[in-house]
Design a protein around this ligand. Structure first.
Ligand code: ATP
Ligand code: MG
Length: 256
């Protein structure tokens, strides 16, 4: 599909094309396309930029990943379609494992997503086939299946675009959960320890950059970044930002 360079929604349309391509190849599910639409709506509200509340969460997330003993990046269809290369870069920088974890799990989708990740440079992809042999408690359906070498033993899990139930289940297992979710009101956003309220296409590159910058810091410094982070406050700031932005735009329209 040709999108003129001057089109005001060019970026957003190109992102949609990548999801549609993933859908045609069979690893993005129709529900994933709808979920993206919900995210886009919130992206419009924050003005499609990484705001200070997101940068602060990204900093805390980078510190948590660098401090972790067993960090894991959980990958679904949308994440693979949008940011596979950045997932691999982040895994390489932090020593995190990459695990396929699907709400709508089929062997075919697992394999396709693992292939996308390997093509992006991943040396190892967990959670495919028999590797997803452990189960996490309190969840029914296929998304409770996890890798005994990955999410099961992880202390820190990055779950871009996760569902609320699973975020809560991971929390109950005592894991530190980092979410990327444009909706500051979702259950995922509220249940996670660190919520990056930003589009995954901006948040993951920003996280890679921040991890590279913080990598040289001492553990004590990383610990204090993490300790001073407050997720409730971050979500409150995201909502206040949206409120003020909408107020400013509406005043401009009304000429007051
Ligand atoms: P929850 O289950 O957490 O209550 P939900 O049911 O509203 O949330 P889901 O359909 O489970 O939402 O998951 C989609 C979530 O992912 C939405 O909250 C949406 O804002 C977010 N999302 C979708 N696409 C992106 C994206 N590209 N970047 C960041 N967040 C996104
Ligand atoms: Mg949900």
């Amino acid at each position: 599909m040709f999108i003129p360079p001057s089109h005001p929604r060019r970026e957003s349309l190109l992102i949609r094309e990548r999801l549609v391509e993933g859908f045609k190849k069979g690893y993005v599910v129709p529900e994933g396309l709808i979920a993206h639409g919900r995210g886009e709506c919130f992206d419009y509200l924050i003005g499609e930029e990484t705001r200070d509340f997101a940068w602060e969460a990204i900093r805390a997330a980078a510190a948590a990943l660098l401090l972790a003993r067993h960090p894991v990046i959980s990958v679904n269809g949308n994440t693979a379609a949008l940011v596979a290369e950045h997932v691999v870069k982040l895994a390489n920088l932090t020593g995190a494992k990459i695990e396929v974890n699907l709400f709508y799990r089929t062997r075919e989708r697992e394999e396709l997503i693992a292939r996308v990740l390997r093509e992006a440079g991943a040396a190892e992809v967990l959670g495919v086939g028999d590797d997803a042999s452990a189960t996490i408690p309190e969840l029914f359906s296929e998304r409770r299946r996890v890798s005994p070498r990955g999410i099961l033993i992880a202390d820190v899990v990055l779950v871009p675009l996760e569902d609320g139930d699973r975020t809560e289940a991971l929390k109950k297992m005592g894991k530190l959960v980092i979410a990327v979710d444009l909706n500051p009101l979702s259950r995922t956003a509220r249940a996670a320890d660190i919520t990056i309220v930003d589009n995954i296409v901006r948040a993951l590159p920003a996280l890679v950059k921040t991890v590279s910058e913080l990598k040289a810091k001492e553990r004590g410094q990383l610990e204090s970044i993490l300790a001073s982070y407050n997720n409730q406050l971050t979500l409150a700031r995201a909502l206040q930002f949206i409120r003020e932005r909408l107020l400013a735009i509406s005043r401009e329209l009304a000429g007051v």
